[in-house]
Ligand binder design. Structure first.
Ligand SMILES: Nc1ncnc2c1ncn2[C@@H]1O[C@H](COP(=O)(O)OP(=O)(O)O)[C@@H](O)[C@H]1O
Ligand SMILES: [Mg+2]
Length: 324
C-alpha cells in the first residue's frame, strides 16, 4: 500500500499572499528511516511539515503519508502520525508523568492504559528519575524528550519532528538525538527538520535540502558532504600582504583550491587529512614568520552547503545556542 515510502510529496505549493512558502516542493521518505529536511529559517520546513501532518491546506500538488492522501484521507493520516513542534506543548505545572497520562487520556487510552503507557515512555526517554518532578524544573533537553514522548503516545507510523533541538545546548541536543535513535529502532519513520548540517548528518540516512520552498538537493549525508568538500582548514592572518603566501602554503595540503577573503583576511580550503594538514600549515607559517591571528579546522555548516549548492549564503546566521 505504501510501496516502501512513508512520505511522498509532489510539486507542493503553498502561498501566503504574494509569498510562495512552498514552490514546487518534492519529497520522498523511505519507511523505517530518519529523513532530514535541512534548510535555513524561512525555507519552508514548517510549512511542509504542517501540510504533511494535515494541519495546513495545500494550494497545489499532491502528498501521501503512510500511503494515504493528506487531503482526502486527513483523518486516517492523523491517526498514523505524531508531531512535535519547535516549542514544547507540555504543561509546566504538572509532573512529567502527569503530562504523559493527560496526553494518553486525550488520545482516549483510558486511565489504566494511559498510566501504563506513561511508565513505558518515561523509561524509553530516560525520564523515570524525573517522572514526579514538576516540568518547570526540567532542563531544556528533558523537556524536549518529554515532548517527544508525548508525541509517541500512540506509537505513530510516521513522526514529524520540527527542529527538535533548536535552542538547546550541545548536551541536551545529544540527549534528544539518543531518543530519536531509540524511536527509529522501534520502527517509526521520522521526518526531522533542522538548520544544523551536523544534526542531519548524525541522525538521517537521507537529507533533502530546502531553499525558498523548493528541494535543491536530495542525497545521503556522505554524498552531500562530498559535494561540499568535507572539513576545511581556515587561517586568519594579521596582514593583508600575507594572504598570497598563506594561499600557497595551504594549497600544498588542501584537497581543492584554497579560497581567500580579503576583507576578513581569511584563507580556507577543503582538507582530507585534517590533523596532518593543520600541523603542516601551522608549522610552515611559523617557520616563514607569517603572523597568524587564528588557525583551525571547521566542519562544514549549513552555510557551506548553501554556498556550494546555490552560490549564495543563507541570509540568516546559525541559530544561537541557548543555555537550557
Ligand atoms: N502564516 C503565515 N503567513 C504569512 N507568511 C508565512 C506564514 N507562515 C510562513 N510564512 C512564510 O513562509 C515562508 C516559509 O516559512 P516556514 O515554513 O515557517 O519556514 P521554516 O520553517 O523553514 O523556517 C517564510 O518566508 C515565512 O515568512
Ligand atoms: Mg520552522
Amino acid at each position: 500500500m505504501t510501496d516502501g515510502y512513508a512520505v511522498r510529496a509532489e510539486a507542493l505549493e503553498k502561498r501566503y499572499g504574494e509569498k510562495r512558502a512552498l514552490d514546487g516542493f518534492d519529497l520522498t521518505v523511505r519507511e523505517g528511516t530518519v529523513h532530514g529536511l535541512l534548510g535555513p529559517n524561512g525555507a519552508g520546513k514548517t510549512t511542509a511539515v504542517r501540510i504533511l501532518s494535515t494541519l495546513l491546506r495545500l494550494d497545489g500538488g499532491h502528498a501521501t503519508v503512510a500511503g494515504l492522501d493528506v487531503v482526502r484521507h486527513s483523518g486516517e493520516v492523523r491517526a498514523r502520525i505524531g508531531l512535535t513542534g519547535q516549542y514544547a506543548a507540555v504543561d509546566e505545572v504538572l509532573t512529567g508523568r502527569q503530562n504523559l497520562e493527560m496526553f494518553g487520556r486525550l488520545f482516549h487510552l483510558g486511565g489504566r492504559r494511559a498510566r501504563l503507557r506513561a511508565v513505558e515512555l518515561l523509561d524509553q526517554f530516560d525520564l523515570t528519575d524525573a517522572a514526579d518532578k514538576g516540568v518547570g524544573k526540567y532542563s531544556g533537553g528533558m523537556r524536549r524528550r518529554l515532548d517527544l514522548a508525548a508525541s509517541m503516545i500512540l506509537a505513530p507510523a510516521v513522526l514529524f519532528l520540527d527542529e527538535p533541538t533548536t535552542g538547546l545546548d550541545p548536551r541536551s541536543r545529544g540527549e534528544v538525538w539518543e531518543s530519536v535513535r531509540a524511536l527509529v529502532a522501534g520502527g517509526t519513520t521520522v521526518l526531522l527538520t533542522t538548520q544544523y548540517l551536523e544534526e542531519a548528518d548524525k541522525l538521517a540516512s537521507h537529507i533533502t535540502v530546502i531553499d525558498q520552498g523548493r528541494a535543491i538537493a536530495d542525497d545521503t549525508p556522505d554524498g552531500l558532504k562530498n559535494r561540499i568538500g568535507g572539513d576545511r582548514i581556515e587561517v586568519v592572518v594579521a596582514e593583508r600582504s600575507d594572504i598570497a603566501r598563506v594561499v600557497k602554503v595551504v594549497a600544498r595540503v588542501s584537497d581543492g583550491e584554497p579560497e581567500s577573503d580579503e576583507t576578513e583576511l581569511r584563507v580556507h580550503a577543503p582538507v582530507a587529512d585534517r590533523v596532518a594538514a593543520l600541523t603542516d600549515v601551522a608549522r610552515t607559517l611559523q617557520d616563514e614568520g607569517v603572523r597568524v591571528e587564528d588557525i583551525g579546522l571547521r566542519r562544514p555548516s549549513l552555510d557551506d552547503v548553501f554556498l556550494r549548492l546555490t552560490g549564495h549564503r543563507t541570509d540568516v546566521s546559525e541559530p544561537k545556542e541557548a543555555a537550557a
